[in-house]
Ligand binder design. Structure first.
Ligand code: ARG
Length: 564
């Protein structure tokens, strides 16, 4: 059942000038519930017919007849539609129950591949708030794309290459100790790196030493390689604990180092295409003035390659390997120019797929209005923050529901869910304030609120010992609360479609808050377990609601506990 299509067809019989498609795109949802379920504005028709809109609206309202439509009303230049609640609602609910977890699946992607570059922390540096945002936003976008029929490849493009590793090796050999690094890898490596910079201010020879070690690393020197490998493993091990807490997975950890031997081919091609120019001894690609982009640096005067060189190699490799329909880079907005440059170079190289590369930028996480910084040794250890959220959730649960079995597991789902939801409910380009207290509240637009609503609905079903046995012989519901909820549930597929088109999980997050609010209003006015002829219909709608909440939360990367 496609409600818009039904309404459009009923209009079309009285409006031969427009086809169903043209009518459908004009149908709106009225702002006020007393204006009906849908509205058709007649402005355009008035122009075509050269008549007053009001007159057209009232004549149209008189002509429309459809078994799904209870009545129509002309209000000014609109024809308002009131649907046959019971009939339509029954159809909506049975459809959701029949589809189960597949409800909302779309086939926009037709099985094509989308490569997502997400998370991508830097080895030997703390996992920053920016990396957290990239991880959470990227994962949700990937889930949404899969729901829409794409295949996704989730790539953690680790920052594991660059001149800084030469410095780190030099610093480690001078001042480091294996035990301390093993004990406390990231803080210890960071300390060495910071010390290197401090010392180099008075001793410029250190910089040469760092460069030398990077050169050795690039040339495959055994000592350099094995230290680098070790730093990488230790760091990854630390990051993995965060990924495990968040329940995040990747398909590939091919980071910058993976492209070390793949850059020459790209540089050769750039040469062949005569795109490289010399600028102060460095090789660059000049980008068209019209784009007002600075030249893209490909090779430094000392022959070292750069971040952009590796991203170019990665883009070509991914195209060859995955033949992607889209390549998404979920990276903070401060790297916007970099991604514009890389894309512009691919374009200049004559690759039509450059247009499929999209930078998906996002804003900052703030603490008391200031950027949460991980530089200058001011390390905020993300793992600690997540643990704190879990502990807070545990305390809330202990106060609310002390008898709950598996409290700890639920606390983890709630604590982690709170962080994820808090991030995703805001449009990604907005900067957001990181406040554990706010995000863990059970009221308002929070993760716990949504999860709690799900648990509440599940508990009704438990008490009723309800099973989905495919019984749809019930009559529909008559009240407006359940009707509003049903209409919202009906909007799930179109919501996903919008989220997919805009790479925007906040659309799903806001939607699910609406669903929960609507469910809770109904909850406050209804006795679910009363034995009457509407009971099956009521419980079916409760069940449909749990399905939609579960599916939405899973798109956001969250769990939906049955009890909390
Ligand atoms: N490691 C980089 C950073 O922390 C992010 C990498 C983003 N992805 C990319 N393909 N450049 O800033």
């Amino acid at each position: 059942m496609n409600i818009i299509h039904i309404i459009a067809s009923s209009i079309q019989q009285a409006v031969p000038e427009l086809n169903i498609e043209q009518i459908s795109i004009r149908i709106e949802k009225p702002k006020y519930a007393n204006h009906g379920d849908f509205a058709f504005p007649v402005f355009d028709l008035a122009k075509i017919r050269k008549q007053a809109p009001q007159a057209i609206a009232s004549s149209l309202a008189g002509k429309i007849q459809d078994p799904w439509v209870m009545k129509t009303e002309a209000v000014g230049p609109y024809v308002n539609f009131f649907l046959q609640k019971e009939k339509v609602q029954k159809e909506i609910i049975s459809n959701i129950l029949a589809m189960g977890k597949d409800y909302g699946n779309l086939n926009i992607g037709k099985g094509e591949n989308v490569v997502l570059d997400l998370s991508s922390p830097n080895i030997a540096k703390p996992f920053s708030m920016g990396h957290l945002r990239s991880t959470v936003i990227g994962t949700s976008i990937a889930n949404i794309l899969e729901k829409c029929g794409y295949q996704t490849v989730r790539i953690n493009y680790l920052g594991d290459w660059g001149t800084q590793f030469g410095k780190l090796i030099a610093a480690y050999l001078r001042w480091g100790s294996a035990e301390s690094v093993r004990e406390n890898p990231i803080p210890e490596l960071l300390k060495l790196y910071v010390k290197f910079h401090q010392e180099a201010e008075n001793n410029p020879a250190l910089d040469d030493e760092g460069r030398l070690w990077f050169k050795r690393l690039e040339d495959g020197n055994e000592e350099a390689r094995s230290l680098w490998k070790w730093f990488r493993e230790e760091s990854l091990h630390e990051f993995q604990r965060i990924y495990d807490l968040l329940g995040i997975r990747f398909d590939s950890y091919n980071g910058e180092a993976f492209y070390n031997d793949k850059m020459d081919a790209i540089i050769e091609r750039l040469k062949d295409l005569e795109l490289l120019t010399l600028s102060d001894g460095a090789e660059v690609v000049e980008l068209d003035e019209s784009l007002s982009l600075p030249p893209c640096l490909i090779k430094k005067s000392d022959g070292a390659t750069l971040y952009a060189t590796r991203d170019l190699a990665a883009a070509f490799y991914r195209k060859a390997q995955y033949n992607f329909a889209k390549a998404l880079y979920v990276v903070g907005q401060e790297q916007t120019i970099h991604f514009q440059q890389v894309k512009a170079v691919v374009e200049k190289m004559g690759e039509s797929w450059a247009k499929d590369m999209h930078h998906i930028p996002f804003g900052l996480l703030l603490k008391d209005g200031k950027k949460m910084s991980t530089r200058k040794g001011k390390v905020i250890l993300l793992e600690k923050v997540i643990q704190e959220a879990i502990e807070l959730a545990e305390r809330n649960i202990a106060a609310k529901n002390p008898m709950l079995p598996n409290k700890q597991e639920v606390a983890k789902q709630v604590g982690v869910g709170a962080i994820i939801f808090h991030d995703l409910k805001n449009y990604r380009l907005n900067s957001i304030e990181f406040s554990l207290g706010d995000m863990l509240k059970f009221e308002g637009e929070t993760g716990p609120y949504v999860q709690y609503t799900h648990a509440r609905a599940s508990s009704i079903l438990r008490k009723a010992s309800w099973v989905n046995d495919g019984d749809i012989t019930y009559s529909g519901l008559k009240d407006d609360y359940s009707w509003n909820l049903s209409k919202l549930l009906y909007a799930f597929p179109e919501t996903i479609e919008k989220a997919c088109a805009g790479f925007d999980p906040s659309i799903v997050a806001k939607y699910i808050v609406d669903v929960c609010q609507s469910f809770n209003s109904w909850y406050g006015h209804e006795k679910f377990l009363t034995e009457d002829e509407e009971k099956v219909a009521r419980l079916s709608l409760v069940y449909a609601t749990t399905l939609v909440i579960q599916e939405s939360l899973s798109l956001l990367g969250m769990s939906a506990p049955d009890e909390m």
